[in-house]
Design a binder for this molecule. Structure first.
Ligand SMILES: Nc1ncnc2c1ncn2[C@@H]1O[C@H](COP(=O)(O)OP(=O)(O)OP(=O)(O)O)[C@@H](O)[C@H]1O
Ligand SMILES: [Mg+2]
Length: 341
């Protein structure tokens, strides 16, 4: 079954097309990360799926059941779609257990179901507290428990971890993924953090101007992005001119194995971790910048042509700016090249 499916979905606000003829299938229990620049339509897409907005065109299905489009309209509460926003939006005057119970049908077994949900989000002992007595991360997990209460097929997260600091964010995110898995629910995560998108998503969907530019597995999207926009959105990347023939490309930093997608005049994507260098008085490249990142340094190297590439190397390679260096590309796989310049 397909937990969530959008086919040809379009949503306009006046002259802005926020979501433009989008197709997406989220499999049962699948986790999909949704990334893209501010204003590209991520929240609009979630609101359409949740039933908080009506599409101008296209169809939406949840669990293979049509919920919007073609004259059908299923209201949010009947869609089997849960939503968790950046602000947990708990009811401040209700205890945690009552916040969670809000989504559980009345009747016998309600208290047991609330306990089970709190267990699922790894907060079994906090049912009697009020929201203001919880940390931000705990509040987000209560919001997740409440969203999971009606047994949704899919839960939508709109930057749900955005207010948490980095370390907490990773742990809340992992707890969330475990809870979704245990509940058998799929998840769609909107995030601004490309590292988070790559880590949490079984697939990542990259959006721009209301459309998907790339939908695929994280490693594929990172190493073989559909275009330069996707390449830079998912991580640091530099682009060097090259001339490709077959599966090799000649560049200023030598001949490289390349994906045979393009030929002739191309641009080659290099990620900083793929570039290695050493100080060498005879070297023609120079260190022009060095940024300390803790375990690593990010060096910017200027090539004779004036082009620059960055190299991410262990902090033990300690080289001053101005040093002459030789560099090489050690990607470990064919590099991605893009046609044209
Ligand atoms: N209710 C609305 N009325 C008019 N325009 C809207 C409305 N909601 C969204 N838009 C516009 O639709 C486009 C997409 O907005 P959306 O909120 O979906 O972006 P987003 O990708 O979630 O951005 P962000 O990362 O900043 O949250 C934007 O141009 C926005 O200004
Ligand atoms: Mg948004």
């Amino acid at each position: 079954m397909t937990a969530l499916e959008l086919a040809g979905v379009t949503k306009r606000f006046g002259r802005t097309t926020a979501v433009d003829d989008v197709d997406l299938r989220v499999g049962d229990g699948e986790l999909v990360a949704l990334v893209g620049p501010s204003g590209c339509g991520k929240s609009t897409l979630l609101m359409l799926a949740a039933g908080l907005l009506e599409p101008d065109a296209g169809r939406l299905c949840v669990d293979d059941r049509l919920v919007a489009g073609g004259g059908t309209w299923v209201p949010p509460e009947d869609r089997r779609v849960g939503v968790v926003f950046q602000d947990a939006a708990l009811f401040p005057h209700l205890r945690v257990a009552d916040n969670v119970a809000f989504g559980v049908p009345r009747g016998r077994g309600r208290a047991a179901r609330v306990a089970e949900l709190l267990e699922l989000v790894e907060l079994p002992d906090l049912g009697r507290r009020y929201p203001h007595e919880l940390s931000g991360g705990q509040q987000q997990r209560v919001a997740l428990a409440r969203a999971l209460a009606p047994r949704p097929s899919v839960v939508l997260f709109d930057e749900a971890f955005g207010n948490l600091d980095h370390a907490l964010r990773a742990s809340v995110r992992d707890a969330t993924a475990r809870a979704l898995r245990a509940a058998g629910a799929a998840g769609v995560f909107v995030t601004h953090d490309q590292g988070e998108a790559l880590a949490v998503g079984e697939r990542v969907a990259v959006m721009r101007d209301g459309r998907f530019e790339h939908v695929g597995e994280p490693a594929d999207a990172f190493h073989r992005p559909a275009n330069r926009f996707v390449a830079t959105l998912l991580g640091e990347a530099d682009f060097l001119p090259g001339r490709q023939s077959g599966d090799v490309v000649d560049t200023e930093v030598g001949r490289l194995a390349a994906t045979p997608a393009a030929r002739g005049e191309v641009e080659v994507m290099l990620r900083p971790h793929e570039v290695v260098f050493a100080a060498d008085p005879a070297g023609t490249a120079r260190v022009v910048r060095r940024e300390f990142r803790g375990a690593t340094y990010l060096y910017t190297l200027r090539l004779p042509s004036g082009a620059t590439v960055r190299a991410l190397v262990p902090h033990t390679l300690d080289v001053a700016t101005g040093t002459a260096v030789t560099l090489q590309v050690e990607a470990g796989h064919p590099v991605r090249s893009f046609a044209g310049r």
